[in-house]
Each structure stands twice: as C-alpha cells, then as structure tokens.
Design a protein around this ligand. Structure first.
Ligand code: 1CP
Length: 334
C-alpha cells in the first residue's frame, strides 16, 4: 500500500506523507521552458506527452508521495463546449455560456474532447517513478465551476452582482455539472487515478445559509460517487468557516484545510485524516521560518493521520530549493 493510502485507510501516523498543490507549475524552470513554447494553456493540457512529462517533473526533483495530474478544473467547462483562454496576470477567461448547446451535449462528445486527459493519467500511472506512490486525479466542485462558468472570469477580479438572478439556469447547470463531473471522475479512476481531490476554491464566497444547496448537497453526491469506485476522496472547501460541519455533512475520506484554519485542538473536532494547511507564502521567506512553521504542523498532527500539504498552491516565485528543504523536513520528522 502507498504511504498516503496507509495514512487514509490504516490511519497510520508514524510517517507523514507529502505532496503539494500546484507542485507542477511556474516555480519550476523546466515547466516554464515548456510553457513558453505552448502559449495555449488548454492545448497544453490536452497534449499527452507534454502534460504527462510536466506531471512527473516535481517527482524527478523531490521525494514526493504523489503525482497530481497536470490539467485544470476548467477542462470540464471546456468539455461541455464553453471555450476559454488563460491570460497572463488575469487568469481564465471563459466565453458566454451557450445554454441551449450545453444542455444537449452528449457523454460521447464530452469524452472525445477530454480523452487526452485520461490518456495522460494512463501514461503517468505506467511510469516507474510513481511506483508505490499515488496518482491524484481531480475535479472542481460544482459550486466553484458554476462560479467560473457564470462569472466567466476569476471572482477574485470581480463577481457579477446579478450572479444568482437566473435560478433556473443555476439549477440546471448544477445538475448537468453533477452528471459530467461523475463521468470525468470515473474516467480518471478507470485510467489509474488512485485518489480524487475535489477543489471547492470559492466555497468561502457563500453565506452560511447557501452552503447546503451549493456546497454540501452537490459535493456529497460526488463524494458518494467516488467512494462507490473504491477510491479515497479528498475535499478542499477553501476558506469555508466551519470545516467540522463540512465534514459532518459531506463525509469525505480526507479534509484539506486552508492556511487560515486554527489548528490548535482541531483533532478533537475533526476525526478523519487531515491534509494541508501550511501557508504557501512561508516558502517565499527563509529556511528557519519555513522549518518552524512546518514543525508546527508536524507536531500538532503527530497523533492524527496527516498528509503534509499546503493551504493553497505553490506560488510561482517559490525557489525550488525551498520545496526540497520542506520535503526533507517532513521526511526526517520522527
Ligand atoms: O499560466 C500558467 O502557466 C498556468 C497556470 C496554471 C497551472 C499551472 C493554471 C491556470 N492551472 C494550472 C494547473 C492546475 N490547476 C493544476 C495542476 C496540478 C498541480 O496542482 O500541480 C490543478 C490541480 C489546478 C486546479 C485549479 N485550477 C483550481 C483549484 C485549486 C486552486 O488553485 O484553488 C482552480 C481554482 C483553477 C483555475 C485556474 N487555472 C489557472 C489559474 C491561474 C486558475 C486560478 C484563477 C483564479 O484565481 O481564479
């Protein structure tokens, strides 16, 4: 069994496994080199050879316990026919939803568009470097995808003030997303993904009263589905106020916390394996501060099944040497 599966399924606590969100990406010169030659990000995500190579780049450098497939949560809207581009400094820009077209999209068409993603999973899985490691597949949660599909850009830049105006559209989109996210998950698992992570990056935008409809209900449907495939599921409802309530309502196998979560006594409230938390900005400081912060997480969770990770993705300005230093701290911790 892999170190991460040992932690999740056997609640093993003597060795803390580690992987990092956005472990493949801009902070790696070998990624930037490929990226420079591939200005169209969606095409890059559909390029079997390049994306599988990018997925493995961080594992060639660091002693990580998992590879996460190089892709994007917005490949699902793309598969549903909503085209998009990624602009430097601005991020994703989606075209208007053509709802009539989207409603008619068939499973076969969706799978044809996203088939390269599944081939990437298969290719990564076959590589000997992931032997005794996990291959992590992922999806965006329905709420976070709804945000991008309706808002058409990152809500960090702006959130439309009439976002909730068309209730019927929202309800229908949620149900279409549920159907196709299950298809996307199933095909990643079939091709070798051994864990699924559900990213709900914009869960923190919602008011408490709206969580049931937009987060708990749709996410727990996906969680049940992943469990039916016999693969562990990690949820990351970023910036949600009450992680314990989320765990009680949604029942994931693992919960990923963000860096604003106060971890003192968290083990008394949350009884499932925990992942993440470290502020990625610490990786931009110095080794001493990094060590102090990393040890805080390691010591707090020394009696709780814990997968070391960050509270959000690795920042582009991170020095790869700091990642190496962090991985070694975690591996040497006893
Ligand atoms: O310009 C570039 O070079 C592309 C930057 C980039 C990268 C490296 C984007 C654009 N996506 C990715 C890869 C990616 N995205 C992965 C690959 C695997 C890995 O982690 O190494 C994963 C898991 C994602 C997931 C993702 N995409 C999320 C959820 C996690 C999170 O960051 O909250 C979200 C919200 C996205 C949308 C997206 N794609 C890219 C950007 C810059 C964004 C975020 C935009 C925003 O802030 O709204």
């Amino acid at each position: 069994m892999t170190p991460i599966q040992e932690c999740i399924l056997n609640k093993r606590i003597d060795k803390t496994p580690i992987w990092l969100m956005r472990q493949a990406g801009r902070y790696l010169p070998e990624f930037r080199k490929i990226r420079r030659l591939n200005p169209d990000f969606v095409n890059l995500c559909l390029n079997e050879n390049k994306s599988s190579r990018i997925t493995l780049q961080p594992l060639e450098r660091f002693d990580l316990d998992a590879a996460i497939i190089f892709s994007d949560i917005l490949m699902v809207p793309y598969g549903l026919g909503q085209n998009l581009i990624f602009k430097k400094k601005i991020g994703p820009q989606l075209e208007d939803i053509n709802f009539e077209k989207l409603k008619r999209i068939k499973k076969k068409e969706f799978l044809e568009k996203l088939n390269p993603v599944y081939k990437i999973v298969k290719k990564v899985k076959k590589n000997s470097i992931v032997k005794n490691k996990d291959v992590i597949g992922f999806v965006g949660a329905p709420w976070t995808l709804l945000v991008y599909m309706i808002n058409k850009t990152s809500p960090k830049n702006k959130i439309l003030n009439n976002f909730f105006k068309n209730k019927m559209l929202i309800d229908q989109l949620l149900s279409i997303l549920e159907k196709f996210l299950k298809i996307h998950i199933e095909n990643q698992v079939k091709n070798g993904a051994s864990i699924i992570q559900i990213f709900d990056s914009w869960a923190g935008l919602l008011k408490e009263k709206d969580l049931e409809k937009y987060v708990y209900l749709p996410t727990s449907n996906l969680v049940k589905f992943v469990k039916s495939l016999d693969v562990p599921v990690v949820c990351f409802p970023r910036n949600i106020k009450n992680y314990k309530k989320f765990c009680d309502e949604v029942n994931p196998d693992v919960i990923n916390i963000d860096y604003n979560v106060n971890i003192t006594n968290i083990s008394e409230k949350i009884h499932i394996p925990i992942q993440g938390g470290l502020n990625p900005n610490i990786l931009l400081s110095n080794k001493d501060d990094l060590k102090k912060e990393a040890l805080k997480y390691l010591n707090t969770f020394k009696n709780h099944p814990y997968i070391f990770n960050l509270g959000h993705g690795v920042m582009p300005k991170t020095n790869p040497k700091m990642i190496d230093y962090l991985v070694n701290i975690v591996k040497d911790f006893k």
